[in-house]
Write a protein that binds this ligand. Structure first.
Ligand code: PA5
Length: 444
């Protein structure tokens, strides 16, 4: 079971003020669960785990089966932001690090596109597509986002040239709005199989909808276990209690923020969790960073980054706090062996497993950073598997909703994201943006 430990905040946070924040977090929970807060049209994620049924899970597994029958070797998942990061996080966390090099899975390799506008990335991906039996999953809630639309146009055309329109259509699944948007129109006209992003679930809260679950199923992950884990966390996070981990996390991070700790470093000790940190950054950054407010979410992966960012964290500007994701059990064991010569001086570690060294590094880092003025919140998960990742996803979503309400912002909108889009459209010469384009060019 996921646990949260606030012991590393002692000395940084006044207990009476923490208790006041716990009350505010309980109030935020009531506001969120009753649907009386800002953005309440976007609360579909809140009960999603308990509402996900076997038929939905089966519909994703049907796609996996039909593509396995076709011998699909490569699935390109096209999407950006909330239509990308959850699936990427789960696939990276739960796949063998070297599965590609080792040709380990019977199923297709899952890769991602539409998450950038790099010409070299898409050209290199098309090189791969031309060598593999390929299918596409295109994900866009709005159905109008430029990055995935460009990637989809290019990849769809490759598939149509290679397999013909009809066969290509059977190799494309679209996940989009039930009624509107260019992707919906295109899917209807071409006859693609579609799944719906529910109206009341925003992109960054959509990891437990088809947006995350279909790519995960295609990568061979156990999506039922993931939903089970999320379901259990939903029950725990529904409790208006000071032991509710979402309440504890929201209460403490807002208290630290009010005391000048403006940057939160999500800290992992396992590279498998690097994209979980990317997913978390989007969740909190887009939900809280508005109206001139919000903790800046950043991330580091230790021990790797102790050799690059460790110095700053220990002694740089004191505006940081850390949230460690601590993993209790490694799923593999590698013991350090005795060496008769012991020229490297490591024989004192004989018979010790590598994860024990990692754990001691974690505890040593925690103590050193607290000593250096960096408060620590630790979130512990039992191990990196589908069940525990499902818990972690739901925990952070719920805590994010509460935390943003405590901060006084609407967690479910993202008005600031539009500014770059308008400028990009104007500079690209999109019809309707001509005058703005001229104006911007003068400023460049
Ligand atoms: O969280 C969000 O709302 C955004 O990050 C979106 O997911 C992202 O912009 C992609 O949008 P869409 O799915 O409409 O293409």
């Amino acid at each position: 079971m996921l646990r949260i430990d606030l012991g590393g905040c002692e000395g940084f946070a006044d207990n009476a003020r923490y208790l006041e924040n716990v009350s505010s977090a309980k109030h935020a929970l009531q506001t969120l669960d009753s649907g009386s807060g800002a953005g309440s049209d976007f609360l579909g994620w809140n009960e999603l785990p308990s509402e996900t049924d076997a038929a939905q899970i089966q519909s994703y597994l049907d796609v996996v089966d039909s593509w396995l029958e076709k011998g699909i070797e490569l699935v390109v998942v096209i999407g950006i932001g909330g239509s990308y990061l959850g699936a990427k996080a789960a696939v990276e966390a739960l796949s063998h690090t070297f599965s590609r090099e080792m040709h380990l899975t019977d199923g297709p390799q899952v890769v991602f596109a539409g998450q950038n506008l790099s010409e070299e990335y898409i050209a290199e991906l098309m090189d791969l597509v031309s060598m593999r039996n390929t299918a596409l999953v295109v994900i866009s809630k709005s159905g109008t986002t430029t990055e995935p639309a460009v990637a989809f146009r290019l990849l769809k055309s490759r598939l149509e040239q290679r397999y013909g329109e009809e066969e290509a259509a059977s190799r494309i699944v679209a996940i989009t709005d039930a009624r509107k948007g260019a992707l919906k129109t295109l899917s209807d006209s071409k006859g693609y199989r579609t799944f719906v992003v529910p109206d009341n679930v925003g992109g960054r809260f959509s990891v437990l909808t088809p947006v995350g679950l279909l790519p995960m199923a295609l990568a061979g992950l156990d999506i039922e276990a993931m939903i089970d884990g999320a379901r259990q966390m939903q029950r725990i996070c529904d409790e208006p209690s000071e032991d509710n981990p979402a309440i504890k996390y929201a209460a403490m991070r807002n208290l630290l923020y009010a005391s000048g700790k403006k940057v939160e470093l999500l800290t992992t000790f396992n590279p498998k969790l690097q994209y979980v940190a990317e997913w978390w950054k989007q969740l909190f950054g887009e939900s809280e960073g508005k109206e001139g407010k919000g903790i800046f979410p950043a991330s580091v992966c230790f021990t790797t980054d102790l050799h690059s960012m460790g110095q700053y964290i220990q002694q740089g500007e004191r505006m940081l706090f850390e949230t460690f994701i601590s993993v209790e059990n490694s799923r593999r064991e590698v013991l350090i062996e005795r060496d008769e010569e012991d020229l490297d001086g490591l024989n004192y570690l004989e018979g010790v497993n590598v994860e024990h060294c990692n754990h001691m590094a974690e505890l040593g880092t925690k103590l050193a950073h607290i000593e250096g003025g960096v408060p620590n919140i630790t979130v512990t998960m039992e191990q990196i598997d589908e069940y525990n990742l499902g818990q972690l996803f739901y925990f952070f979503e719920k805590a994010c909703g509460l935390s943003a309400y405590m901060l006084g912002v609407n967690p479910f909108d993202q008005p600031g994201v539009e500014s770059y889009k308008k400028n990009m459209f104007a500079l690209l010469g999109k019809p309707g943006y001509e005058a703005m384009g001229e104006e911007l060019k003068k400023r460049l």
